[in-house]
Design a protein. Sequence first.
Length: 442
Amino acid sequence: MALVAFLISILFLWLVARRKGIGLLSAYGIFAAFQMLYNLAPASAKALGADTLTLLLDSAAVNTQLLLAASANVCFGIVHAVYYRKPLLKYDSGSSQERQKRNYVLWSVLPFLLGYIMVMKYGWNALTVINPGVKEAAGGMFVLTAYIKNCLVALYVYYLYRFGVDKWAWVLLGAHTVLVVLDGARTTFLPIAFLTLLLFDHQGASKLQKRKLYALALCGLSISIAARSLSLEGGSLLARIGAPVTSEGLFGAYPSLQAIHVLSQDSHPRLTYGASYILDPIIWIVPQGDTRSGNLIFHSWATEAASSLQEDFGPMGGFYYVAEAVAAFSYAGPAIITTLFASVLIWVERNVQKHRLLFVTWMPTFGILFAKMVFGNLFKLFLVQLMFVSVFVVVRKYRISVGKWLTKERLTTSPGILTATRSSAPVSHNEWPVAAKALPRP
């Protein structure tokens, strides 16, 4: 019955998307896809042979999660049915713009080459698969590589902010494709790939272009999965390709099953009442360590809840937002948090032209990753991306203001220009013949 209710809620999301003209390649479609992944995978745990974690076989917890997700889907669909409106995004064009685009891409070659060198030695594959023994020894180099990747993401996002999706944007996205193949981590690639497709759609893509969009999305998703599956060992190629997807669905949903199980006990930790959504984003800014972990509201709740669990909370490292929502507002949490998320999401999309910088930094973070990350960590990721891209924006504005000041200085100090300005008075009637003789003949 719970599975039927969930499938009906997915059908409702599809009907709303059809009525409002919302494409699959949108934050709406991505949210719906994550909802299916994190709920259908646990519901199919037995068929998938995933019996290593106890709660995957707990029918009560699995069915409760399906019902809570169904309530969230209904809220998400209703908010979009009432308030959603798709705007068009327009960019400036011209020969000077084309020259600036080309120069920007050429300038980006060196940062990307540096990124390739760093991820081959200190990237995800290098430290977890190829040579896992050096991960601890890498220390600061591993962190430095992560910041270089963030900088490359910001470099690309700034291009989208300033110029939109064009041939040069595809070149930069291709450079990021090479980076993800060398690195193996999909966390940075998938969000910017989907952001590219979202912006392309907002720029007024035709039906033919939309078909190409879906093909590109499928290609990008396949590349990101293949980049990880190629590093796995054992099993057939098909099993290795499917492993990242099934693992994400099962292990990502497990913390939410644990939160639901803890809530069903007679004695459970006190609800956070939304404090983790307000205070944790601030605390996440503190450098990693005991100080941060000890003060995080949701982390403290999960630590206390672990006493009622057979495994550690989130034993495989995945996450699904229902866990934090349940910890905040009990069984009403998913509906409440999803309604708030949908409202903010629609506001950001409707104001894409007015607040373009917010849009291009919000969508690759909150817009795409909301369902699969702890809120405080997601806010930190958004803030880092906003700061990186803002640096590019501020530098450009500074260069423009300095250029205008220098031009003004030249205009007011050059004797030749001043003389030309003073002598620009109209020629009198008596001077007309002389002036006429000075003109070149046709």
